[in-house]
Design a protein. Structure first.
Lengths: 346, 161
């Protein structure tokens, strides 16, 4: 029942292959080298001596210029021709293909808000949660393992690319290409953080759900239970209360109509000055009529309502938390089934 | 095979390799951008859903529910937002355009005439989310074309060597 949190940082983690590691180890380590690369060489505990500003670095833009696009088109044409000549129909699938550089793409699930499962089958729910638990555990272990390893980020690769380009410009021989270095490296997408459900909340949810179910059950079985069949409706207090409610509603209706009539009959006269008696009567009746029309709607609504008395009997649900047994923050999955059993004995 | 490649105007291996470098690097950046886009979508959908939930709380359960949505038998209406494909720099991109058709329905009307303010907010947020989604799709398209390019360049380099 754990929720998945949103991603916190969206940086890719690149776990270098041995090939790349070997190359990185030949790099001279100074303060210009990004910390992740330096750590790969010097070990985990390496700290940069001076704070290095990555922004100041002159980055070679990775945008394809027009010449690149031209070359791409040429290569495209060549490859197409080759394919035709050799009659190899290699249709590129629409879906993502595993690139040859062994880039592992994992689908990042968009964390939708998980709606709370309201399963009535408690056994299967428990099994599910057990399964989830085991899966989570294995995933956690995996994550822990991953945490221990050193990795590069995209900005490090950027730096590496710039470095390689600079080397080439200086005329150093045998400068490897970035794609050959990256071959075989693992690229991992960051994982969602798992948010543990608060056990207190969980216990409370279980309790509330059990109570809700018990209430529904009582309502359902009311017509077959001899004891409760006539219970609230046949008591005098229930009848009195019902009577009271309806009398009050009618009283309010009458008072507001009378007030409306008075307004038309006297109020208007006080405001405007002397008026004819017949006209005043007409005004009063009209006001009262308008108000009555509006009031009838509310009266009908009110009289239509059923009086429901909240049940005073103890409903099912796990025992209160006051007894200290639940204060040790342990989720007990057996509680709901117990609660329902109890309800049936009622 | 080699006859076509040895032509003077075809790019050399070094050029192709450098191109491949660039594309690989770009691919990495695009992957990160896609994650950021998805994060945007996620957060705005969450916000919109919360506003919807608030309006449901205000108006009542039955007033804001799936029962209010149009069914198959209800009258047809056209989408208020449509997308069209544009080609830019050899890359297909999707653009959002407002639909100017006559029979556009305001979805808020399904839930009543006087809907709470939260409903309007939710509508705005969801409309904004369309832009995020289109952005995400564009990145995805670029990722796919780049994958094709990587494949192609590798084939090319291998065939030349």
């Amino acid at each position: 029942m754990d929720l998945k949190g949103s991603l916190v940082d969206t940086n890719l983690r690149i776990f270098p292959s041995n090939n790349l590691l070997d190359y990185i180890k030949t790099l001279p380590i100074n303060n210009d080298v990004p910390i992740n690369i330096a750590r790969l060489v010097k070990g985990k505990t390496y700290e940069a001596k001076s704070k290095h500003d990555l922004d100041e670095e002159v980055k070679i833009p990775v945008h394809l210029n027009s010449k690149d696009v031209e070359n791409l088109n040429k290569i495209k044409a060549v490859i197409k021709i080759d394919d035709k000549a050799e009659d190899i129909v290699e249709e590129e699938p629409e879906t993502e293909k595993e690139p040859v550089t062994a880039e592992k793409k994992e689908e990042i699930p968009i964390t939708a808000e998980k709606t709370e499962e309201e399963g009535t089958d408690k056994d299967s729910l428990n099994k599910d949660s057990e399964k989830d638990d085991s899966m989570e555990k294995s995933m956690e272990i995996e994550e822990d393992e991953v945490e221990d390893e050193l990795y590069l980020t995209t900005s490090d690769i950027d730096w590496l690319y710039t470095h390689l380009q600079n080397q080439k410009k200086k005329g150093t021989e045998n400068v490897p290409y970035l794609h050959t270095l990256l071959e075989g490296s693992d690229i991992k997408t960051p994982r969602n953080q798992r948010i543990k459900r608060n056990p207190v909340l969980e216990a409370r949810c279980v309790k509330l759900r059990a109570q809700q179910e018990a209430r529904e059950y009582r309502k359902m079985t009311k017509s077959v239970d001899n004891v409760r069949l006539r219970f609230p409706e046949d008591t005098i207090s229930y009848q009195m209360k019902q009577l009271n409610r309806q009398l009050i509603a009618i009283g309010q209706f009458l008072i507001s109509i009378f007030a409306g009539f008075l307004f038309g009959f006297r109020g208007v006269e006080w405001m405007v000055g002397n008026l004819d008696f017949g006209f005043r009567l007409l005004l009063g009746v009209m006001c009262a009529l308008v108000i009555a029309l509006a009031e009838i709607y509310f009266l009908a609504k009110k009289l239509n309502e059923e009086l429901n008395i909240p049940e005073t009997t103890q409903l099912g649900g796990p025992p209160k938390f006051a007894d200290g047994r639940h204060n040790n923050y342990e989720y007990e999955p057996k509680v709901p089934s117990k609660a329902i059993d109890k309800e049936h004995q009622d | 095979m080699s006859g076509t490649i040895q032509d003077a105007d075809t790019p050399s291996v070094t050029e192709a390799s450098e191109l491949l470098d660039k594309i690989v690097l770009k691919q990495l950046h695009l992957m990160e951008e896609k994650m950021r886009c998805e994060l945007n979508i996620e957060s705005s959908i969450k916000n919109g859903s919360i506003h919807l939930a608030k309006s449901r709380y205000i108006m009542g359960q039955s007033a804001v529910s799936t029962a209010r949505l149009p069914t198959e038998s209800s009258a047809d209406f056209s989408a208020s937002t449509v997308c069209e494909t544009v080609e830019e720099d050899g890359i297909k991109q999707i653009k959002v355009i407002e639909n100017e058709a006559e029979n556009i329905v305001n979805p808020l009307r399904w839930f009543g005439v006087l809907v709470p303010q939260n409903m309007h907010k939710a509508q705005n947020i969801f409309q904004n989310t369309i832009n995020f989604i289109v952005e995400c799709v564009n990145v995805q398209v670029q990722l796919q074309t780049n994958l094709k390019y990587i494949e192609m360049l590798r084939q090319y380099i291998n065939s030349v060597n």
